[in-house]
Write a protein that binds this ligand. Sequence first.
Ligand SMILES: Cc1cc2nc3c(=O)[nH]c(=O)nc-3n(C[C@H](O)[C@H](O)[C@H](O)COP(=O)(O)O)c2cc1C
Length: 100
Amino acid sequence: MTTLDIVGLCGSLRAASLNRMAMKLAIECMPASMSLEVLEWREVPVFDGDVLAHGLPPVVAALRERIRRADGVLIVTPEYNFSVPGGLKNVLDWLSRGQG
Ligand SMILES: Cc1cc2nc3c(=O)[nH]c(=O)nc-3n(C[C@H](O)[C@H](O)[C@H](O)COP(=O)(O)O)c2cc1C
């Protein structure tokens, strides 16, 4: 059976995050032909173009490579002040840079 390889990003870092719970529920509800790996991003530094000029930080490069190999990305996030949580936005900013 073909496996659809999905990776997940949760916008909340809280251990008791409702969004993280929803992501885990999605995993339980998936058909056997799908998998979902929740990617951790707690260690991603604040975006800095000067750091980028010397290359992606290893934690960002690893995230980027894992996402590149995936068939899809599921983002589950709370709303913070009518927007995306800053931490998640920071991760997306990093992921939007670099080669390829
Ligand atoms: C800094 C901050 C800003 C928030 N802003 C909003 C908001 O704009 N709209 C909203 O509906 N809830 C807002 N909330 C409530 C969160 O979305 C809610 O607590 C959510 O459950 C947090 O997600 P989590 O349970 O996955 O950690 C805010 C919470 C925080 C901490």
